[in-house]
Design a protein around this ligand. Structure first.
Ligand SMILES: [Zn+2]
Length: 325
């Protein structure tokens, strides 16, 4: 167990995004986060990341909360909703514009893609080529010149970004591969990266545990911490491998139903689901059903598999049959 001097309080957050139901993969990452917190005495904030406008499903926040409770995962503060914190994000965005660390961009998504070089090999995304860098003296002039409501992009300088991940080890990324990224959309909605950094700073989050699909986000977020003068607040990161389908792709319907609500609605014992998640966390000798509290003290990051976990239709069938083996 990590020993922390008692005068330093550490804090983490559970941050579901209500754009869809929690699935077994999310649940496993939340379980790891929760176990690390409860084993090490970190306080837990529940934060609902509901800024993704059109994709946010009404009442999905309630469902995420109910899913976490069903699993027996609790928290000490919250829920706090990002959608109620817009003025905080606006202050950070305005400050970066004033300090010329961010600039207005009037490119449409299509224009930005056409102007970009080859798509990013990894995920097919396009790196923004900097068309609007230095192009407008102000947001107002960008608006007048284009007739569009500008988005705000963060100006990425050429450097190698490094951090040491608590699970994955030494990580580095060439910032020039990121391209200037959006921190606020044309409708003023703050981007995920910006909101997370403002929140984690303000909530004094010291430990972030999440899926390794967010590692590239972490590099962006480190740049934002520095731009906001909060480098000392950069948290410890733990990025864990995801749960995937048998074909090696992200969990999708074709892999069987992995939504917690699916099992909850069919009367499956949450203890069976937790037992499966616990085995996926590398915990040995887990009985067929287990409570979250019984797992506290038994999780070790060093025993977490470094390869993705596979969710199979057999897992689904066994859970529905009331068995996790
Ligand atoms: Zn542009």
């Amino acid at each position: 167990m990590v020993q922390t001097p008692s005068h330093i309080s550490r804090a983490t957050r559970l941050a579901p995004s209500p754009t869809g139901a929690l699935h077994l993969g999310n649940a496993r990452s939340f379980l790891i986060n929760w176990l690390l917190a409860r084993q090490n005495g970190w306080s837990i904030m529940l934060r609902i990341e509901d800024l993704d406008g059109p994709r946010v499903k009404s009442s999905a926040d309630r469902q995420a909360i109910d899913d976490l409770r069903w699993l027996g995962l609790d928290w000490d503060h919250g829920p706090i909703y990002q959608s109620q914190r817009l003025p905080l994000y606006a202050i950070a965005i305005d400050r970066m514009i004033a300090e010329e660390k961010a600039y207005p961009c009037v490119c449409s998504r299509r224009e930005a893609q056409l102007a970009a070089s080859a798509p990013h090999a990894e995920d097919g995304s396009h790196r923004y080529p900097g068309t609007c860098r230095g192009r407008f003296a102000s947001i107002e002039s960008a608006r007048k010149a284009s007739g569009r409501e500008p988005a705000i992009r963060f100006l990425v300088s050429d450097e190698v970004i490094r951090f040491t991940d608590g699970f994955a080890g030494a990580m580095q990324f060439d910032a020039s591969d990121l391209g200037d990224f959006v921190i606020a959309k044309g409708d003023k909605t703050p981007a995920y990266q910006l909101a997370v950094v403002v929140d984690d700073t303000e909530m004094e989050i010291t430990d972030v545990v999440r899926g390794n699909d967010l590692i590239e986000s972490t590099f962006r977020q480190i740049l934002l911490y520095r731009a906001l003068g909060r480098e000392a607040s950069i948290p410890n990161y733990v990025h864990v491998p995801l749960v995937l389908g048998p074909d090696g792709h992200r969990l999708a319907k074709r892999h069987g139903d992995s939504r917690l609500s699916h099992y909850r609605a069919r009367g499956v014992d949450s203890g069976n689901v937790l037992a499966l998640l616990a085995r996926w966390c590398g915990i040995a000798d887990v009985p067929d059903r287990v409570d979250a509290a019984q797992l506290v003290g038994r999780f070790r990051l060093s025993q977490l598999p470094h390869v993705p976990i596979t969710f199979t239709k057999e897992n689904e069938a066994l859970l529905l049959a009331g068995n996790a083996q």
